[in-house]
Design a protein around this ligand. Sequence first.
Ligand SMILES: [Zn+2]
Length: 390
Amino acid sequence: MKPRAGSKALIREINEALVLDVVRVRRPVARARIAAETGLSPATVTGITARLLGAGLLTEAEAGRSTVGRPARLLDLSGDGVLAAGVRLSSTEAYVVLVNMRGEVVASHQEQLASTRPEDAAETIARAVRSTTGSRASATLVGVGVAVSGVVDQQGGIVLHSGSMGWENVAFRRRLASLMDTPVVLDSYVNSVASGLLLFDGGLGGRNLVIFSVGESLGASVVVNGNIHRGFNGTAGGFAHSSVGTGSARPCHCGAEDCLETWSSRWGIDRELERRGAAPGSLAGGDDVIESAADRLGAAAANAAKMFGPEGVVMAFTPEMNIPALTARTEQVFRGHYAHNATPHPTLELTATGPFDHASGAAHTVLAQLFTASTSDAAPGDSPSTAGVG
Ligand SMILES: [Zn+2]
């Protein structure tokens, strides 16, 4: 591990993150307001904002109205000077988006995978990121976020299990980092989506939520006081591989039997219909399979929610699982599990997500680190920072 940054550098990093976060929430904003909200002295704020302007992280917007004296110059996040790349890796392609600090997607690109082998996937991602950033040589790339379906140890940079990629314990961040000269962050699809929601949906800051992702695979993101709860080795939210205990002995790609994944993911539904002789990908004649999927999903989501007591539950359905019969019944079953509960139940929101949300969420995971000073003992090179541009 590299030596830890000196305390002076660390304080500077924390203060820069504090200032950037106020600009993110209040943009455009005057320096005086930044000083008031951060508790930093006006002179310190002037010094920090000068550095951030020089690094291209901030821009100076047109003058705002001031009641006394000269009009205050307002600060905003940079629209094009600093970009983060987000990549959604699937078994067939790498889908890359470039996102500016305001969370706006400014470019996108797709590249087919030669195979799902980690070395092929890493090379495809590196190539796809290079082609997407090539036309924006003047911008600074602060990092690359990569979203992979499955259970991901974000801190360790390891894909613990991915059914769609066929991976177990793949140290994918290290492999990617050897191909790119910018920091890499690895996370699951659902945690990437959660990062995006937490950063750019003002109503979610500081809240307790459980976000379920329902698609080819199942995933969950547990948000405690506005932060993603990771659990031991990043295994929190792995409700796909909780047992439904019906003794049906459906084999799961994780090696166990009768996981929720085998009943309520698109992968599980397709395997069951194939077993019955249906044409690949067809849901014809599978009404009871959809019903069983919804019954188990609604119950599992309610059980998980009761464990954490969130204010809100979000169920995000990807296109292959956005089936009206499935979503309606899942909602009905979920709500039914709270019908006899005297305690207030969480709000339930059903949304549609897709590859775009996974890729932009992965970029938001990188951006989030600019607005949150890291005080952990992670090696400095492991997380994005503004070092080198300021
Ligand atoms: Zn399983």
